[in-house]
Design a protein around this ligand. Structure first.
Ligand SMILES: [Zn+2]
Length: 435
């Protein structure tokens, strides 16, 4: 049974979420509270939406085995060289994100025995977009220089001011169509009033709001996406310690925030209810009363449960812990994220972001698929064939001068790749598996 707690204030949330005196790990709960205070009825709509999703997820008996592919664009909104994180860091971040979501992370071996049965491969992958909204080829990294030294997360008002990074007119970068791309903004995010920094923030899928009371402006489409502090990107970021905080240099702030973007809540509950009587809704995450608070303390067992009294699941990506101590999502969390993609963000997984709109008009064929050594290419004209790995790295670029050519892929590691063909007529892409 869930006990109703009064809505705690933004100020309390600050102390609750803070992992250090000068940093907030995640703005998700704070943003939901702001929205609730600004929009009467938001809390109940949001909660109802979440529980409907949980119900829908569980009623689905035929879990699809398709691996979903989500096109990603990084908007690097920079004012200093340190904020302008290099491509190598973004590619490294993409590898970490994909490893974590496919449970290919090397530290998966650290998941404790009592949670091995529920630790899950989400079967969701992320690829850097290869086509921009205008249909032009892109590497999925959009760099925008700004006059602004930072974008503030204002914890003292009900405005979500950090969203200014999502609009060019306020010094940021406009979202690429949020229906077709997962937008990630990388910038310097500070807490208003010189109170430090915030490391990540994402909105959940917006609840549907029939008969909304008053003026509804809860979550507009063009702010959907993820914001991360530039220091948290990748595990090879030369500016990783610029935030004066140790423990978030492993690239897992994005893993956590994408979890919110795909509908997950923190393991201790949500923005409105927390404590042992509250829950994140998942059966396979034990109730906990508070976050691990970056202690890597695996002795914690903050809530006593009937039956098997499991310890707190401090290794869950949706807890607050040091990156090196996080290593798993659960099966129900995976099911929820897939359900959210299918029901609330369906256009993300229909391959729009890695195809061009004129794709059907460009003849392009590759075979065999799966391939082990040589990929045969058939195309209607000369052009370029580019093979892109799941981190977005271009691993093969080859000029094709005839309508029938071959690309040697025998040196590529086994896995999934995007093969893009670009000619004067535009670009088209397809996916292959290298054995
Ligand atoms: Zn969070």
């Amino acid at each position: 049974m869930t006990r109703l707690l009064p809505l705690f204030s933004v100020i309390f949330a600050f102390s609750f979420c803070a992992k250090a005196q000068d940093a907030i790990y995640c703005g998700f709960d704070i943003a939901l509270q702001k929205l609730a205070e600004r929009n009467p009825g938001f809390q109940s709509q949001c909660t109802e939406h979440y529980h409907n999703a949980l119900r829908g997820m569980r009623e689905r008996s035929d879990r699809a085995s398709t691996v979903y592919e989500v096109p990603v664009v990084f908007h690097v909104v920079w004012n200093t060289d340190e904020q302008n994180v290099p491509d190598s860091v973004i590619l490294n971040q993409m590898e970490i994100l994909n490893q974590d979501y496919r449970r290919l992370n090397p530290d998966a071996v650290n998941t404790r025995e009592e949670f091995l049965d529920v630790a899950a491969d989400t079967e969701i992958e992320f690829v850097l977009a290869t086509v921009d909204p205008e249909g032009n080829p892109t590497d999925g990294i959009n760099r925008v220089e700004t006059d602004r030294e930072s974008f503030e997360f204002d914890i003292f008002s009900n405005d979500i001011t950090v969203d200014e990074v999502k609009f060019s007119e306020t010094g940021g970068s406009d979202a690429w169509d949020p229906a077709n791309y997962m937008n990630i903004w990388v910038c310097n995010v500070t807490i208003a009033g010189g109170l430090g920094q915030i490391f990540g923030f994402a909105y959940p899928p917006s609840p549907e709001v029939p008969n909304w009371e008053g003026t509804f402006d809860a979550i507009e489409d063009d702010v959907q996406g993820v914001v991360v502090h530039y220091t948290t990107v990748g595990s090879n970021n030369p500016a990783g310690l610029d935030d004066n905080f140790e423990g978030n240099e492993g690239g897992r702030t994005l893993t956590h925030e994408v979890g919110h973007y795909l509908g997950l809540r923190h393991t201790w509950g949500d923005a409105f209810f927390n404590g042992c009587s509250a829950d994140d809704g998942f059966i396979d995450t034990p109730n906990i009363s508070a976050s691990n608070n970056f202690t890597c303390d695996f002795e914690l067992n903050t809530c006593e449960e009937d039956g098997d009294d499991l310890p707190d699941q401090g290794e869950n990506y949706m807890d607050y812990n040091q990156d090196a101590c996080l290593n798993m999502f659960t099966q129900e969390q995976a099911d929820m994220m897939r359900f959210v993609l299918e029901e609330f963000r369906p256009e993300l997984i229909d391959f729009e972001g890695v195809n061009v709109s004129e794709a059907e008009s460009i003849a392009f064929e590759v075979y065999p698929n799966p391939v082990s050594d040589v990929l045969n290419v058939r195309c209607e004209s000369s052009g370029w064939v580019t093979v892109i790995d799941l981190s977005g790295r271009r691993v093969v670029e080859q000029r094709v001068n005839t309508k029938a050519d071959q690309v040697d892929v025998r040196t590529l590691p086994a896995g999934s790749y995007i093969v893009q063909f670009t000619s004067a007529a535009g670009s088209v892409a397809t996916r292959i598996v290298k054995q």
